[in-house]
Design a protein around this ligand. Structure first.
Ligand SMILES: [Zn+2]
Length: 250
């Protein structure tokens, strides 16, 4: 499975970059988009085979994770490859109601609401979700693809520490984790966990590889890396336009 970072900043992006948006690509070349925050569509390489995009998952309905999902229907409307195709499968939380209703009523999407512990199947992708801790309904997802059944990828979405996440992440090959802040900024009521907590989660869950994401654009990545690295060695930081062949990293 491959991962392309379309955007990794939050809660806003600086010049030329984007907020949360990730493309997973299976061994059959089909892809799944995770989050589609502000600026994400502008970061999709022209050569990327969007005609093999199987679906979109929105972890939650904050603008840094879903703003460009409001304009994606226009891409679908005008793209030559999409003419005559079925609506794009979309998995998302059913709230907040004002935004969710846009997605559930948009004819370019075939929208389904997350349901805790239910396994969703989009083409050959298998998705298990878990509601996490953020001010709006937010879900972490564990994903595997039928072309590579032994490989498990987990994305935490945005969340404060949430002990059941260890179970969702257990033995995953690759964990993409919210690390929006440092431990010194963290509090029980904060909407995000820290780089240190992400390292702890990776360690408890015995994942093979950890990638930190959702940094503020001007944050110094090395400080976050050092903080998470105290608890988990195989850690790196998401960078814009990064491409990772995750299967070879096992
Ligand atoms: Zn966010």
């Amino acid at each position: 499975m491959q991962l392309t970072i379309l955007g990794c900043y939050g809660p806003y992006a600086n010049h030329g970059n984007a907020c949360s948006g990730y493309l997973l690509r299976g061994l059959d070349n089909h892809s799944l988009m995770l989050d589609c925050g502000s600026g994400v569509l502008s970061q999709i390489p022209d050569a990327f085979p969007l005609d093999k995009l199987d679906g979109l998952i929105l972890s939650h309905l904050h603008a840094d994770h879903c703003a460009d999902a409001l304009t994606l229907p226009h891409l679908l409307q005008f793209a030559e490859w999409n003419q005559g195709r079925d609506p794009l499968p979309l998995l998302l939380p059913d709230g907040p109601e004002n935004l969710a209703s846009y997605f559930f009523s948009n004819p370019w999407y075939d929208a389904m609401a997350f349901d805790e512990y239910q396994e969703f199947i989009i083409k050959h992708w298998h998705i298990t979700c878990m509601e996490v801790r953020h001010p709006v309904p937010t879900y972490a997802v564990r994903i595997w693809h039928e072309a590579e059944p032994g490989f498990a990828f987990v994305y935490t979405g945005d969340t404060n520490i949430h002990p059941p996440l260890v179970q969702l992440c257990m033995n995953a090959d690759f964990l993409l984790a919210d690390a929006a802040i440092l431990l010194s900024e963290w509090s029980e009521g904060y909407p995000h966990m820290s780089a240190s907590h992400a390292g702890g989660l990776a360690s408890f869950a015995k994942v093979k590889r950890l990638m930190l994401t959702h940094l503020r654009p001007l944050a110094d990545p090395q400080i976050y890396l050092a903080e998470a690295g105290k608890l988990f060695l195989n850690v790196e930081i998401a960078k814009p336009r990064m491409f990772i062949n995750m299967s070879t990293a096992r």
